[in-house]
Design a protein around this ligand. Sequence first.
Ligand code: CA
Ligand code: CA
Length: 197
Amino acid sequence: MNESGQVWANRSLDREERDFYNLTLEASDGAVVNPRTATAALDIWIDDVNDNPPRFVRDNFTAEEIILSQNTSVGTYVTQVTSTDEDVGTNAIPLYRIDSVLDMHLSSPTHLFTIDRYTGDVNTSSTFPNLTEDYYVNVTVSVEDAMNPDLRLDFLTLRIVVPFISTNRHSPRFPQGTVLDSSVPTGTRRGSLKVRS
Ligand SMILES: [Ca+2]
Ligand SMILES: [Ca+2]
């Protein structure tokens, strides 16, 4: 503070570090003998600057696979991605997008999933193709700062697995030449009969 009462910051202030200061100001008449003083309180709140990008919360996704049924219908909820932003208010609004989709055949079935830009909800938007083996697809989503798209994007890859389940279309049958005889002698030991399906 200078002699005219103007208050200055000695260094840059960061709301994320500290958002409130309570200063006590003292004025003196400068008398050598019996100086008279007065005090006043000054509260200072630090406004936020949008200087932090949103970052994905990764705890649930770093190592886990999301397993979906082969018969999953269109519009099925898959998961919700979330993020944090050290800023506050409108400076902390995230926008989500699907950045890329890549399956095990190195094709890009972008039609399979959608993401809600505001909530981060991921849903299916198509049925899965007919499978002959387990199907793996990586869905990479991105998040950006809604009010400052120049800030760095963050990315998160969801690993989705659709297990192949064989349809059981054949009834079991006995091997050719098997003779079925219901007249089993008393005392015959319990055994087993192999069938093929
Ligand atoms: Ca800030
Ligand atoms: Ca921000």
